[in-house]
Design a binder for this molecule. Structure first.
Ligand code: PMP
Ligand code: GLN
Length: 384
């Protein structure tokens, strides 16, 4: 009997760089500053609430759209932060991490032949989701050295086929942050089109130097055509819980839920109860995040200052780019591999997020780590 013949639906996709580098770090016993996750726990009170709900019989399916108590807490928080009067029943959906929200939003609107615009370096989950929906991803490079969006270039790239534009602020991997004027320019460009917007705001609470996160939710012209995605993983130091949410106007949310219900259906029940409790009892938790992570950024930057790496302190996210051009001519992938295997620190190469080769020699380091981990990492980096 013949094996069935089939063609890959994602012929150009390998294993995600985050899995590749974390595995390599483990194999070689390297300090893992590659994949973005904290090496410390979520708040104790939050973990206690999970245990409580596990033991209180909250172990069966949650409602498909998310636990009402949690959606309500999300609505309250958004109102406080961004001023929107959202309807928690029809405009907020709890998802299996931001990853599922992004995937479901893309499947909701993109059909065969559609074009989707992303800005390189672009987070790696966007394009495969577009491809699976039958769409084509159009890559626009961010301008160097500040990684800003060239709005004129976006205007020229939009065609009658453009279905969706994907933005990400604070930006992974560069840490760039959009300002209010950026959102105005985006609104102006999109106003002449039928394109929708997917705004990946998973690092909304991790911005530094008194900067403000400008959510698409605050911009009424943009919000009308948008899916806004966030992640509890980043905000509560719980990336392994894989829980996030998607906010969109009623009609878009209704279409989004048609996909979400057949993608994951519902999200882990005890986690939703625990987050709802914690959010209502600790309304201020997210206000601590900028100072908490800025202290880690500043410590890491201070410690690598004497090294041969150069850098501009990141403006948001828990990632710091380091320029290694004074050290070697190697490609970022070659250097990241050697750094992990031979020198003992794992980092993420940036070129894997870009369609066009990039000239800059940059690696991304995650500083969501205990201070001791950062000290060990920096000590090694200073010896190169
Ligand atoms: N978007 C960006 C920009 C991210 O960095 C991440 C995860 N690090 C995600 C989406 C996915 O978030 P989650 O882990 O909640 O699926
Ligand atoms: N988003 C995380 C990062 O940028 C990784 C998420 C994942 O491993 N899928 O490092």
């Amino acid at each position: 009997m013949n094996n069935p013949a089939y063609a890959s639906k994602l012929p150009n996709v390998g294993t995600t760089i985050f899995t590749v580098m974390s595995q390599l770090a483990q194999q070689h016993g390297a300090l893992n500053l590659s994949q973005g996750f904290p090496d410390f726990d979520p708040p104790q009170a939050l973990m206690d609430r999970v245990t409580h709900h596990l033991k209180s019989g909250h172990n069966q399916y949650a409602p498909m759209t998310g636990l009402p108590e949690l959606r309500q807490q999300i609505a309250v928080k958004i109102h406080r932060l961004y001023g929107n009067e959202l309807d928690a029943d029809s405009e907020i959906t709890v998802t299996s991490g931001a990853t599922e929200a992004l995937f479901s939003a893309i499947q909701t609107v993109v059909t065969s032949g559609d074009e989707v615009i992303v800005f390189d370096p672009a987070y790696d989950s966007y394009e495969p989701a577009v491809t699976l929906a039958g769409g084509r991803t159009i890559h626009i490079p961010l301008t160097t050295p500040d990684f800003r969006i060239d709005w004129d270039r976006l205007g020229k790239a939009i065609t009658s086929k453009t279905r969706l534009v994907i933005i990400n602020s604070p930006h992974n991997p560069t840490g760039a942050v959009l300002d209010a004027a950026d959102l105005d320019r985006l609104a102006e460009v999109l106003s002449r089109t039928d394109a929708m917007l997917l705004s990946d705001e998973v690092y909304e609470h991790i911005v530094f130097d008194q900067a403000k996160h400008h959510s698409v939710l605050t911009h009424s012209d943009l919000w009308r055509r948008s899916f806004v995605v966030s992640s509890f993983g980043k905000t509560y130091h719980a990336t392994g819980w894989k829980i996030g949410y998607c906010v969109a106007p009623k009609q878009l949310s209704s279409e989004f839920r048609k996909v979400h219900q057949y993608n994951t259906f519902a999200v882990a029940t005890p986690l939703q109860y625990a987050l709802a409790d914690f959010m209502s009892e600790n309304e201020e938790h997210h206000l601590e995040l900028p100072d908490f992570y800025q202290a880690k950024r500043d410590l890491f930057c201070h410690l690598v200052e004497p090294s041969r790496f150069s850098f501009v302190p990141t403006r948001g996210t828990y990632f710091q780019l380091l320029d290694y051009s004074a050290i070697t001519d190697e490609t970022d992938t070659d250097f990241a591999n050697r750094l992990t295997k031979e020198i003992g620190v794992a980092a993420i190469p940036i070129s894997v997020f870009c369609q066009e080769p990039i000239e800059a020699k940059l690696l991304r380091f995650c500083f969501a780590k205990d201070d001791d981990t950062l000290k060990k990492g920096a000590e090694i980096l200073c010896q190169i």
